[in-house]
Structure formats: structure tokens, C-alpha cells
Ligand binder design. Structure first.
Ligand code: HEC
Length: 154
């Protein structure tokens, strides 16, 4: 009897660990035709992420404008809008589909925008902002190199 309980408990623990691994680390991905990992999402989830992406692109345009005009306020204001505080409310179901590395890179990108905003105000140095932006864009490049988004099959 005791052994049976043990087997049941171990089995349940394995199921929980597997679920946690899938939810926290792996996400919902499949290998895709171009060699990247395709995150499998519903249309509304994909729309949410791509909307955030277009906001990123518009933001780095504004930051480069700010740098070229030595306009620290424009740099700080644009960067802050996509900082950690502004991070899109991501529904729990979507969080579970995103691989850990994806979430870390996304989080780090918001943090880097925060840093650009703070330093633009504190240091007022557009060369510094440009070099920070270049580092930040490496996040965009590395994530795009590894992941894409596909609509999950029905
Ligand atoms: C954590 C991962 C990640 C980061 C960081 C990231 N992206 Fe993306 N981005 C994606 C994925 C995945 C797609 C979908 C690509 C696909 O399906 O081919 C995407 C798509 C886009 C698109 C296309 C949007 C559309 O409507 O089709 C733009 C523009 C974009 N990203 C800009 C950026 C910029 C600019 C940055 C950096 C400031 C950035 N992204 C950072 C993952 C990321």
C-alpha cells in the first residue's frame, strides 16, 4: 500500500515538474522552415506582441531623432514610454507559451529603455544615448534571429 502511494506521489510530482518546465522554460514552440523556433500563438496574442514590436520600432525612430537633434527630453520621454512600467499586460495564458529566453530578452529590453531614459535626463549626453541604443538593438536582433510567431493550428 505504502509503495503504491509512493508511486502515485512520484508520478504526480513528475507531471507537475513537466508542466512547470513547459510553462516556465520551454513555452509553446516548434521548429520552423527557416530554422527559427516558431512560437505557437492565437491571433489575438500575436496581435498583442506585434503591436508592441511596432511601438518599439517607432520608439527607436524617435530616440534617433532625439539624438540627432541633441534633444534629451525627446529621448527620455520616448524611451520611458516603453520602459518596464509601460510593459504590456500579458495574460497568463500567453506567458506560458513564451519561452523563458524570450521573456528574459523582452524584460531586459524594457529595462534598457528605462536606463536610456534615466541617463538622458541625468547625463544629457547624446553620444552615450547612441551607444546605449546600439546595445539595446542587439536585443532586437538576437530575438528575431531565434524566434518567430506562427498561428497555432486549430
Ligand atoms: C524577446 C524577443 C523580441 C525582442 C527583444 C524584440 N522582438 Fe521584434 N519581434 C519578435 C518576434 C518573435 C516577431 C515576429 C517575427 C516573425 O514572426 O517573423 C517580431 C516582430 C517585429 C516586428 C514586425 C511587427 C509586425 O507588425 O509584423 C517589428 C517591427 C519588430 N519586431 C521590431 C522590434 C524592435 C525595434 C525591437 C527592439 C527594440 C524588437 N522588435 C525586439 C521578437 C522580439
Amino acid at each position: 500500500m505504502n509503495k503504491l502511494y509512493l508511486v502515485i506521489i512520484v508520478t504526480l510530482l513528475a507531471v507537475i515538474a513537466g508542466g512547470a518546465y513547459k510553462f516556465l522554460i520551454q513555452g509553446s514552440v516548434v521548429e520552423s522552415t527557416d530554422g527559427r523556433l516558431a512560437i505557437q500563438l492565437e491571433a489575438s496574442e500575436r496581435d498583442l506582441i506585434l503591436h508592441e514590436m511596432r511601438t518599439f520600432l517607432a520608439t527607436i525612430q524617435q530616440i534617433t531623432l532625439g539624438i540627432s537633434e541633441d534633444n534629451m527630453e525627446l529621448i527620455a520621454e520616448s524611451a520611458r514610454k516603453v520602459g518596464s512600467a509601460a510593459q504590456a499586460e500579458v495574460p497568463g495564458t500567453l506567458v506560458g507559451k513564451l519561452p523563458m529566453e524570450f521573456k528574459q530578452l523582452g524584460f531586459d529590453t524594457h529595462t534598457k529603455f528605462d536606463q536610456i531614459a534615466m541617463d538622458a535626463e541625468d547625463l544629457g549626453d547624446s553620444d552615450h544615448a547612441l551607444s546605449q541604443l546600439s546595445t539595446l538593438i542587439q536585443n532586437c536582433v538576437s530575438c528575431h534571429a531565434v524566434y518567430r510567431i506562427d498561428l497555432a493550428a486549430e
